[in-house]
Design a protein around this ligand. Structure first.
Ligand code: DAH
Length: 335
C-alpha cells in the first residue's frame, strides 16, 4: 500500500483545528497515534513495501510522528492551564458586557430637587435629629398641652425624659417643624433655611399612610416679611418644580405655629375642579418667636412644610405610598 503524505497533512490540519477540549484531543490522539492509529498502520505497511521505498516512507512517518507528539503535548498543556477556555483569546466582534448602573431613590431625587430650588433662591439646608424633645416638637411650636396631636396615638414617645421640659418626654419627631426651633435658637435673623428629613407617626399602613415618611420644612425670618412674600415664594417654587402651567390656590387653614395659616392646593388643568392639597404654610406665630427668645415684635417670618411622598406621588401619578419602601426593582427602575 502506498501513502499520499500530502493528503494526510491536509486531513491532519483540519483535524487539529477541530481539537477544542480534552475529549476531542483524546480522539485525535487515538486516531493518529493509537495502537491501531494511522501512524501504526503506516509502520505496519512498511513490511510489505519494496526495499527502495522503505527509507522514504520511514522518514515521512517519523516526521509525522514527531509533529503529532508535539501537537498533542502542547495542546494538552494549553487545555489544562486554561481550564478548557482558550487562554488570552479576545474576540473584538463579540457584544460587550453591559453593566447596570444604579441611581438614587425617587424620594432622594425629589428631596434633592426641592432643596436645590430653594437653595437657588438663597435658602440654606439644615438637618435636625429624628429623636426630638416634646418641647421642640410641640410646646415651643405653640401646640397646647391638650392638643390631640400630642396624644400617644399620633406620636411615638420614647421612654426618656425631655431635658428641656419637666414632666415631658423625648419622642420621634412627628414633623420637621421642630427644626425651626433649633435653627432659631442657634441663629439670629435674617435667616432662610429648608430642613429635609424623616418623620414618624403611628399610623396604620395603607395606600396613603406610612408610619415613617419625609417632609421638607421651610423658614424665612427677617424684618418686614409679609404674607405676599409667602405667596410669591410658594408660587415660584411650584412653577419651578411642576412647570409654568401649574395653578395654585391658598385655602385658609389652622396650624398652632403660624397665624394666619393656609393650605396650598394645586391643579394642572384649567377649569378642572379637582384641587390637590400639597402643603401647609403660614406666618410664624408670635408665641413661637417668644419660645426661642426673639425680641417681641422685631421680626416677622414665613414657614411652610410639605410631604415629599405626596409631591412625588402627584407628580409621577403613583397611587400607593408603599411602593416607595418595598424596594421592588420593577418600581425602582421606572424612576
Ligand atoms: N408641620 C405641619 C404638619 O406636619 C406642616 C406645616 C404646616 C409646617 C404649616 C409649617 C407650616 O411650617 O407653616 O402637618
Amino acid at each position: 500500500m502506498s501513502w499520499n503524505f500530502d493528503d494526510i497533512k491536509t486531513q491532519l490540519t483540519a483535524d487539529q483545528s477541530a481539537v477544542a477540549d480534552a475529549k476531542s484531543l483524546e480522539s485525535f490522539r487515538v486516531k493518529y497515534l493509537g495502537r491501531s492509529g494511522l501512524l501504526q498502520q503506516i509502520y505496519d505497511s512498511m513490511k510489505t513495501l519494496p526495499p527502495d521505498e522503505k527509507p522514504l516512507v520511514g522518514k515521512e512517518a517519523n516526521v509525522l510522528r514527531q509533529s503529532l507528539e508535539i501537537f498533542v503535548n502542547d495542546r494538552k498543556k494549553v487545555l489544562e492551564s486554561s481550564d478548557s477556555k482558550p487562554s488570552g483569546f479576545f474576540d473584538p466582534t463579540m457584544p460587550g458586557v453591559a453593566f447596570s448602573v444604579g441611581h438614587q431613590h425617587l424620594l432622594t431625587q425629589t428631596m434633592d430637587e426641592i432643596c436645590d430650588i430653594f437653595q437657588q433662591m438663597g435658602f440654606s439646608i439644615h438637618e435636625g435629629p429624628e429623636k426630638e424633645t416634646e418641647f421642640n416638637n410641640f410646646t415651643a411650636l405653640n401646640i397646647p398641652d391638650n392638643h390631640p396631636s400630642r396624644d400617644g396615638f399620633d406620636t411615638f414617645y420614647l421612654d426618656e425624659p425631655d431635658p428641656k421640659q419637666k414632666g415631658a418626654r423625648c419622642l420621634l419627631r412627628s414633623h420637621t417643624s421642630p427644626g425651626q426651633i433649633r435653627i432659631m435658637q442657634q441663629f439670629k435673623p435674617p435667616l432662610a433655611v429648608v430642613i429635609p428629613g424623616k418623620v414618624y407617626r403611628p399610623d396604620a399602613v395603607d395606600a396613603s399612610h406610612s408610619f415613617m415618611f419625609h417632609q421638607i420644612e421651610g423658614l424665612l425670618v427677617d424684618k418686614d416679611i409679609k404674607f405676599s412674600d409667602l405667596k410669591g415664594l410658594i408660587e415660584t417654587f411650584l412653577k419651578k418644580f411642576f412647570g409654568p402651567e401649574i395653578r395654585m390656590r391658598f385655602r385658609p387653614h389652622y396650624f398652632p405655629f403660624t397665624e394666619p395659616s393656609a393650605e396650598v392646593d394645586i391643579s394642572w388643568q384649567e377649569g378642572k375642579k379637582d384641587w390637590l392639597e400639597i402643603m401647609g404654610c403660614g406666618m410664624v406665630h408670635p408665641n413661637v418667636f417668644k419660645a426661642v427668645g426673639y425680641p417681641d415684635g422685631k421680626y416677622t417670618g414665613l414657614a411652610f412644610g410639605l410631604g415629599v411622598e405626596r409631591i412625588a406621588m402627584l407628580r409621577h401619578r403613583i397611587n400607593d405610598i408603599r411602593y416607595f419602601y418595598q424596594n421592588d426593582v420593577r418600581f425602582l427602575e421606572q424612576f
